[in-house]
Write a protein that binds this ligand. Structure first.
Ligand code: ADP
Ligand code: MG
Length: 404
């Protein structure tokens, strides 16, 4: 079945948003707590691409006079007839001035989509999500999809405390809350609350155990840290995949350290901080430097460097035939379908390969970066804008043929 009608539960045009910004005094704006214009811009590209694929896109807007009951009635009729729904809670009715009505609408539309239409929705809530590291772990653990062995912080402390491990913040993105521990004292220091002292007017903020996860460190092949990013829609269609390769090399590892003041800065990297950990940097996020290797490479993909070839061979590929490992394809297909039941119509999946050729699911990004599309289809040229243009075009084509 192909997709004919998409309903967006919020208004993604710029004008009402600008008007609303002019009117408001910027206080109480925390319900639009991210760059709405940027998000609108992305939606405008994606949804106009959908329209080019002959899909009807209906965006719900809200007016001052709307009552919750009337609006809900109208919306539920639209949602029932939709093939796909895009929902983003804080963007619903953002311009309705009456706070009670606005919040009521946001909550009730969210509840409506979540309770009745989740399996055909792209569902963003932003205060919590099925794609968060914690929720995704629960969903994955109920299946036979392989994940690295994981512990809660308390579980880890009462276990054999194997090393090395990754300590990972639930809120982490772009590799910013990821720590590599290969010495027991690092874990002790991190969780020794007495070390989080007052420094002048600052208090080093204490981490909360429930926000962290401990994970077996996966040793990847090659002299770089690597992970796969697989971009897939909820019907299991893989739009593109890359191997993300760290800029740094394993045989030239440096301890992450900075001298100087640590107030307001990174209290774990700064050698003068009581919580200095002396961690090594082991991440392969594109946002932290490094490069990408295109899979199922085509004439428009990034050309391979000698180093890319070395990395590919170490991962078991023949460099003249760069098609994604079939086992990983199959696993990624399963994860995409699994999460389509939980409000994920498309996502960037992170996977790792160990030295024995086993694959492990790492995380799901429901607002995935688009840079892989420059790697795959633009010879690694261009900027954020070209990546977004190519990505939204490919995504719209895939959604037009979405198999529910
Ligand atoms: N269990 C692990 N073993 C080895 N490296 C890991 C592990 N988990 C994460 N990493 C590294 O850290 C990076 C970021 O981790 P990830 O869970 O994807 O969080 P983020 O949301 O910050 O991207 C990964 O891309 C990978 O390079
Ligand atoms: Mg990641």
């Amino acid at each position: 079945m192909s997709i004919k009608k998409v309903v967006v539960t919020y208004d993604f045009s710029d004008e009402p948003y600008r008007e609303f910004m002019k009117r408001s005094d910027n206080s109480g704006l925390d319900f639009v707590h991210y760059d709405n214009i940027g998000a609108n811009h992305y939606d405008q590209m994606l949804f106009s691409q959908l329209a080019l694929n002959r899909i009807q896109v209906i965006s719900i807007s809200y007016n001052a006079g709307d009552t919750i009951d009337n609006k809900l009635l109208e919306i539920s009729t639209e949602l029932e007839s939709a093939d796909l729904i895009f929902h983003d809670s804080p963007r619903v009715a953002y311009n309705v001035e009456d706070e009670a009505i606005r919040e009521g609408l946001q909550k009730s539309v969210e509840t409506l989509v979540q309770s009745r239409f989740l399996d055909k929705s792209s569902f963003l809530k932003r205060d919590s999500s099925f794609a968060s590291k914690e929720e995704a772990k629960k969903i994955i653990e109920a299946t036979d999809i392989p994940m690295p062995k994981s512990w809660s912080v308390d579980e880890y402390f009462t276990s054999e405390r194997t090393l090395p491990v990754i300590l990972k913040a639930n809120w982490s993105s772009c590799g910013k809350g990821i720590f590599y521990f290969d010495r027991p004292e690092q874990m002790d220091i991190f969780w020794d609350m007495d070390l989080y002292q007052d420094v002048g007017v600052w208090t080093l903020s204490k981490p909360k155990k429930e926000n962290y996860l401990v994970q077996d460190f996966i040793e990847t092949p090659s002299n770089h840290f690597t992970h796969y990013r697989v971009f897939a829609t909820g019907d299991g269609n893989i739009l593109g995949a890359v191997l993300s390769v760290s800029g740094n090399r394993k045989d030239q590892m440096e301890v992450d350290s900075r001298p100087g003041p640590y107030m307001g800065g990174n209290i774990y990297n700064c050698v003068d901080s009581p919580t200095y950990l002396g961690c090594k940097k082991v991440i392969s996020n594109h946002a932290q430097g490094g490069s990408q290797i295109a899979f199922d490479a085509n004439g428009k993909s990034k050309p391979l460097t000698d180093n890319d070839r070395e990395v590919l061979i170490a991962h078991g590929y023949a460099p003249e035939d760069i098609t994604l490992n079939p086992r990983l394809k199959q696993l990624a297909n399963g994860v995409a379908k699994l999460f389509s039941q939980h409000g994920i119509v498309y996502a960037g999946q992170d996977w790792m390969q160990d030295k024995n050729g086993n694959f492990y699911f790492i995380e799901l990004n429901e607002v995935p970066g688009m840079e892989i599309f420059n790697t795959l289809y633009n010879k690694d040229q261009g900027d954020d804008k070209t990546a977004m243009e190519i990505g939204t075009r490919k995504l719209a084509e895939a959604l037009a043929n979405y198999q529910k």
